[in-house]
Design a protein around this ligand. Structure first.
Ligand code: SF4
Length: 352
């Protein structure tokens, strides 16, 4: 999706355009208020020579009004790496803002809320990775970008949900350590034809050369995607037999199996835009359904909105305005961590 309103500084024009796109999902008085905030943000970002990056999970009024670029983590990481602006405001969560800093270390990177964390990123520490490397010496470490910079620094290469299988294949290694998402690891293992174990449940303490499996995982989970179940899918299919169901690879392998398509947020958007089905259901953060529907009004999107990401939802237009006004919250990464994390992230970007 391409943002169309990011240069608009008239609150009145913004309000009318947002009303056209979101009039069915956002109450009118809220759109008016949000249009005023968005207009001020768009004015200020020019004054401060800033660029705003917006993740696909941002709430619809923010998503369609202020980001200069929208997309998934990989897209936004690439944009961060090539920007010539002084300031990057990241409308996403902390690990994403850190990745932007890693790829653009001379820029000021701002995250509008201190509370925008992530259950996956919080599931593993740098010490955990060092322990695994000690236990499985010489085995390359692939780390999902949904981790903090010090964990990336312990890794050989990062990956996103859109390139995870390609990154694993690129290593040409019989065994890899794949961290920290349990379900993504299982889905990638299946896609690449590998066996997987989780070391905490493995009774053996053998060296890598004795392993009869090829992927070593970690029991981290996304608190949004782990909640979707087979019951959700059968209940929706009973009610809407012609629905096409798309699942993010952070969902369990059973849920991915029972869906019609699985891919990163960008791959899901492309799929909806390029196919013609009576209705779609996205098993991912609920805002994305609204964001797709706003620019594809002819597509019917069903939503399971009882499941929301509490971290992504911390990013509001109010906080983004305060972020630009007060230069907060600045992302800082210690030099020794930054240098090592850069290697892992740049290696991923080179793979594609
Ligand atoms: S949706 Fe899941 S992986 Fe993404 S930020 Fe929220 S908790 Fe983390």
């Amino acid at each position: 999706m391409t943002p169309v309103l990011s240069n608009e500084t008239s609150a009145k024009r913004l309000y009318h355009k947002l009303q056209d796109m979101l009039g069915d999902v956002v109450p009118d008085f809220e759109l008016k208020y949000k249009a005023e905030l968005a207009a001020e943000i768009n004015r200020l970002k020019v004054e401060k020579n800033a660029v705003i990056l917006g993740h696909n999970y941002m709430e619809p009024a923010l998503f369609h009004s202020i980001p200069d670029y929208v997309g998934d983590s990989l897209d936004l990481a690439r944009k961060a790496a090539t920007t010539d602006k002084d300031i990057i405001v990241f409308c996403g969560v902390r690990f994403m803002a850190e990745t932007a800093k890693i790829l653009s270390p001379t820029r000021t990177v701002l995250l509008p809320s201190k509370k925008a964390g992530c259950s996956l990123a919080a599931s593993i520490t740098a010490a955990d990775v060092r322990d695994l490397k000690e236990k499985f010496p010489g085995v390359p470490v692939v780390t999902y970008v949904n981790t903090y910079a010090d964990v990336k620094a312990e890794s050989d290469v990062c990956c996103t949900s859109s390139n995870a299988a390609a990154v694993v294949e690129s290593l040409n290694s019989d065994t890899v350590i794949f961290l920290p998402d349990e379900y993504l690891a299982k889905n990638v293992a299946r896609e690449t034809g590998r066996h997987i174990i989780f070391p905490t449940k493995d009774p053996r303490n053998g060296s890598a050369s004795e392993l009869d499996y090829q992927m070593i995982g970690w029991p981290g989970r996304c608190e949004v995607h782990e909640k979707f179940t087979l019951d959700d899918i059968s209940s929706i299919r009973r009610q809407f037999p012609d629905v096409v169901i798309l699942a993010h690879p952070e969902c369990s392998p059973e849920v991915v199996d029972a869906s019609d398509f699985s891919g990163s947020t960008n791959a899901m958007i492309r799929y909806v835009e390029q196919t013609k089905a009576p209705r779609y259901l996205l098993l991912t953060e609920c805002s994305m359904g609204d964001n797709i529907a706003a620019v594809n009004p002819e597509k019917e999107m069903l939503r399971l909105c009882s499941v929301r990401c509490p971290h992504m939802n911390q990013i509001t237009l109010e906080d983004t305005l305060a972020s630009l006004e007060k230069n907060q919250y600045v992302i800082d990464i210690p030099e020794h961590v930054l240098l090592r994390a850069t290697r892992a992230v740049e290696r991923m970007i080179a793979i594609g």
